[in-house]
Design a protein around this ligand. Structure first.
Ligand SMILES: Cc1ncc(COP(=O)(O)O)c(C=O)c1O
Length: 406
């Protein structure tokens, strides 16, 4: 059987996710892994969810176990709309779709807008799952560098002009503006407004991916980009993965009536409907007032972990490394001094039983060779201290070797 002849061009071009592959290596229980974007399993409210699940089975069992609508459970969409209005997003249940994780929403956006050869504009660095979703539609990805305030809007405008001139057909700008994965940075309000203005000027969609907004440790609240959208050109995506549990595979989109209608059609072929059972559970969990308490609990758990990681780096990392303390989210982004390639350093790190994700994985232009991403939510305090020591040693050894060669 000649499978390569049979595969579609699209499937032939698809590549494995670097992170999924890395996570396999890190299955070794002796490895301290800062690689995955995993919530801390000790945060999962197992007992409370047991009660919630019993309640759902007793009161809604027959509906919860049945197929649901493609758009999602109406009651849950109403609750999400109400919560979104507190974040200055004007939406009702009809503007919301419950998706099977934000990953499905990203894939749906790709399916909806990208013909082969069209361009999606992304950050340098950006979320790897976004890169994979958009690439699978045979699109070009054009990267815009970030600074401490997120995507560089000045470069964005120049790039859009160039893409249009060269007939590369830019369709949307993908941003993770709050506690960005992987860089941890927050885009200030002025830049959010400018982003919407630019999207208007060049008639583009903005895809705002916002899983981390509620995991805020010392950052004043900030309005989502969607709050500045009065034309319906922003598709907002968020998820229960980081604020409750990724195992539910529940996320949501907020978009205009027109975009929502089209997304529902695109989603239908993917799964008919998102898991109704978990939608009932999460809806009940929110209505009991448990989600907000849970979010407070996670922030209390993650903030000291972030602090511990940052101070352990200060103790153990070589002189000249850069890591700006993230004010929320789950990730610290580290850049090492000149001369280190963090992709090759990964092999040395694995020998010392410690893992991260190298910076190139998040760069669509092949850059990021001196950087890597560390997750601080998953590991125990002891693992954070020990892991930073091991990583610091690996980096220092690399630098020593380089000095000896020079
Ligand atoms: C920026 C970003 N978007 C989307 C996702 C995927 O989330 P979900 O579990 O909802 O598919 C993640 C997960 O790490 C993420 O960091």
């Amino acid at each position: 059987m000649d499978l390569n002849r049979l595969y579609s061009d699209r499937a032939g071009k698809m590549r494995k996710s670097v992170i999924r592959e890395l996570l396999k290596v890190t299955q070794d229980p002796e490895i301290i892994s800062f690689a995955g974007g995993l919530p801390n399993p000790n945060s999962f409210p197992v007992e409370e969810l047991e009660e919630t699940i019993d309640h759902v089975m007793e009161n809604h069992g027959k509906t919860a176990l049945q197929y649901g609508t493609t758009q999602g459970l109406h009651e849950l969409r109403e609750v999400i709309a109400e919560r979104a209005s507190k974040d200055y997003i004007d939406a009702d249940a009809d503007n919301i779709i419950i998706t099977s994780g934000s990953q499905q929403a990203l894939d749906t956006v790709g399916k909806m807008f990208l013909n082969p050869g069209d361009t999606a504009i992304v950050g340098l660095p950006t979320y790897l799952g976004g890169i994979n979703a958009f690439r699978s539609y045979e699109s070009n990805l054009s990267g815009i560098p970030l600074d401490k305030d997120g995507m560089r809007i000045d470069i964005l405008e120049e790039t859009i002009k160039k893409l249009i001139k060269e007939e590369n057909n830019p369709k949307f700008i993908y941003v993770v503006p709050t506690f960005q994965n992987p860089a941890g940075v927050v885009m200030p309000e002025s830049r959010r407004k400018k982003l919407v203005e630019i999207a208007h000027e060049y008639d583009l969609i903005i895809v705002e991916d916002d899983p981390y907004q509620k995991l805020s440790y010392d950052c004043p609240p900030i309005k989502p980009v969607k709050a500045f959208d009065d034309e319906g050109r922003v598709i907002f995506i968020s998820t229960f993965s980081k604020i409750l549990a990724p195992g539910f595979r529940l996320a949501w989109t907020i978009a205009s009536d027109e975009l929502t209608r089209k997304m529902v059609i695109c989603k239908q072929a993917l799964d008919l409907c998102t898991n109704p059972f978990t939608q009932f559970i999460v809806n009940e969990f929110i209505n009991r007032g448990s989600l907000d308490l849970h979010i407070l609990k996670i922030c209390e758990m993650y903030k000291p972990k972030r602090d511990m990681m940052i101070s352990a780096m200060e103790k153990h990392f070589p002189e000249g490394y850069i890591c700006h303390k993230p004010r929320g989210g789950m990730f610290a982004w580290v850049t090492l001094p000149e001369g280190i390639d963090t992709e090759t350093m990964f092999l040395d790190a694995i020998k010392k039983k410690v893992a991260y994700v190298h910076g190139k994985a998040f760069h669509v232009d092949g850059g990021g060779e001196r950087s890597f991403r560390l997750n601080f939510s998953y590991s125990t305090d002891e693992q954070i201290e020990e892991g930073m020591k091991r990583l610091g040693d690996v980096a220092k050894e690399k630098l020593e070797k380089r000095k000896a060669v020079l």
